[in-house]
Design a protein around this ligand. Structure first.
Ligand code: FEO
Length: 173
């Protein structure tokens, strides 16, 4: 049985993950509209990953006999002028998500809820990767600057990103 405080925090995180999905879908549509299909693809995969994160949390609530409560998803921005702007916003957002995950981890510890703490370990590692990949793309787009050919090549590179289900979902099936 989950403590109510932990259940509420995980439900809030489900909402935060779905908001993240919405944010990256909006970024994807922004770059699709600009004809940057590779960047649009990168954010579309990011959108899929965030949906998967929400699903992992929902599966966990179900497995502990807790109720999933889906809350309204707030509106997101719709315009980013450059890829660099979007990847900077991505890093800032992921840093916020990391703080949210850390807060739930601290709550689980204080409640002596070791199962929740264990489940969160995957997210702790995932957030390191999320921040790292956003930072790498900030570095690349900063290096390229206004170089049209450079942006074109990087857009092509990002077209290759594909979605694979994260391991907690792969093993749950
Ligand atoms: Fe669900 Fe990008 O963290």
């Amino acid at each position: 049985m989950l403590k109510k405080s932990v259940e509420d925090a995980i439900n809030a995180q489900v909402n935060a993950e779905l908001w993240s999905a919405y944010l990256y879908l909006s970024m994807s549509m922004n770059f699709a509209a600009q004809g940057r299909n590779g960047i649009a693809n990168w954010f579309k995969v990011q959108f899929q990953e965030e949906q998967a994160h929400a699903e992992i949390f929902m599966n966990y609530l179900n497995s502990r006999g807790a109720r999933v409560v889906l809350q309204p998803i707030d509106a997101v921005e719709i315009e980013w002028a450059t890829p660099l702007d979007a990847f900077k916003a991505t890093l800032a957002h992921e840093q916020k998500v990391t703080a949210l995950i850390n807060d739930i981890y601290a709550l689980a510890e204080s409640e002596k809820d070791y199962a929740t703490r264990e489940m969160l370990n995957w997210f702790i590692s995932e957030q390191v990767e999320e921040e790292e990949s956003a930072q790498e793309l900030i570095d690349k787009f900063t290096l390229i600057g206004d170089n049209g050919m450079g942006i074109y090549m990087l857009d092509q590179e990002l077209a290759a990103r594909t979605y694979t289900a994260p391991s907690p979902l792969a093993t749950a099936e």
